[in-house]
Design a protein around this ligand. Structure first.
Ligand code: 0X9
Ligand code: ZN
Length: 313
């Protein structure tokens, strides 16, 4: 039932507790970092998985994993959390050990803690953050608030109307949750980004703001090749098809995470839409029994992308 589901999925507090426990049990490879605060003042947590300390960290390459920009996408907290946990426990073994010689993985499983709490207490299907808008409505869509080509579309899927579920906000980076990610990307040398959402079973590469493909060259080659390989690796586990395609093919949006991390920072970036395939299969509301298979089917795929970025050539 609902209570069992709420207990099996993380709350903002239980995520903090579990990330803290991981960092305390594995202090040599994991560090808990507050990367910013939400509109309502909740900490936004990231686990830094790395073995280098202090000045040794100069020049380290970072792979960034994000979860739960959208409040109701509960599975998109669990998969990044389980990935963080896996990386910490596998840090001494290949291939992770080699990646951590020169690189780090940062995992922030809950970018939108206010919205997520609201889905636990008030409205299970809330999507945005909890920004009070001047017109009395609430919420900005954090996945429309990044500063690459921000605001250049005015459509139902990327809206300038504050009441709408896809409201882009008053200006780029108006939201502290999005600034937390921006500032982390500015501080660290982020060279790859994986951002988890649900649902639809998709692997999306930029652009989202235009049907044009990214410029011809190594980036386009790399992102499409990684997407294809992830599709194959996911299918191999439980037979689910996560279709790799360009974001704008799903629908057009301006100001999403991957457009900015790729467009402004040149980091190959993918958006994953997790289980299920459709609304009829549960949509955003999946029983806790789906957490483990969703993680299983995404593990090797995520590790493949990380390995392409942090692995030695
Ligand atoms: O609309 C979104 O932000 C993402 N889908 S969700 O159902 N999780 O809300 C997709 C963003 C990918 N970008 C584009 N479709 N342009
Ligand atoms: Zn989403």
């Amino acid at each position: 039932g609902d209570e069992a589901a709420a207990a099996a999925y993380h709350s903002a507090q239980s995520l903090e507790d579990d990330l803290r426990r991981l960092s305390e049990e594995h202090p040599e490879v994991a560090e808990l970092r507050e990367i910013g605060r939400s509109v309502e003042g909740r900490p936004i947590w990231a686990l830094r998985v790395g073995i280098r300390r202090g000045e040794q960290r100069d020049g380290t390459t970072t792979f960034l994993v994000l979860g739960c920009h959208h409040a109701r996408e509960w599975l998109a907290v669990e998969v990044p959390y389980l990935l963080a946990s896996h990386l910490v426990t596998a840090a001494g073994e290949e291939p992770v050990a080699s990646w951590l010689e020169q690189g780090e993985v940062w995992v922030a499983p809950m970018v939108n803690p206010d919205g997520h709490e609201y889905t636990r207490t008030h409205d299970r299907l809330w999507r945005k953050n909890r920004r009070p808008n001047p017109d009395g409505t609430v919420g900005v869509d954090p996945n429309r608030n990044y500063g690459y080509m921000w605001g250049t579309l005015d459509v139902a899927t990327s809206s300038h109307v504050p009441a709408d579920a896809t409201y882009v906000g008053p200006r780029a980076f108006s939201e502290p949750e999005v600034r937390a990610v921006r500032d982390l990307v500015a501080r660290e040398q982020v060279a790859g980004v994986l951002t988890y959402h649900s649902y639809s079973q998709l692997i999306l590469y930029p652009w989202g703001y235009t049907p044009d493909p990214v410029p011809d060259g190594t980036d386009r080659q790399q992102m499409t090749a990684i997407g294809q390989e992830m599709q194959r690796l996911i299918h191999d586990v439980h037979g689910r098809t996560y279709t790799a395609k360009q974001s704008s093919d799903l629908y057009p949006t301006a100001g999403d995470t991957a457009d900015w991390t790729y467009g402004e920072n040149d980091a190959p970036s993918l958006t994953i839409e997790l289980r299920p395939a459709g609304q009829a299969d549960g949509g955003f509301v999946l029983p806790p029994s789906q957490i483990q298979p969703a993680w299983e089917e995404n593990r090797e795929a995520a590790l493949h992308f990380i390995g392409q970025i942090l692995g030695k050539p």
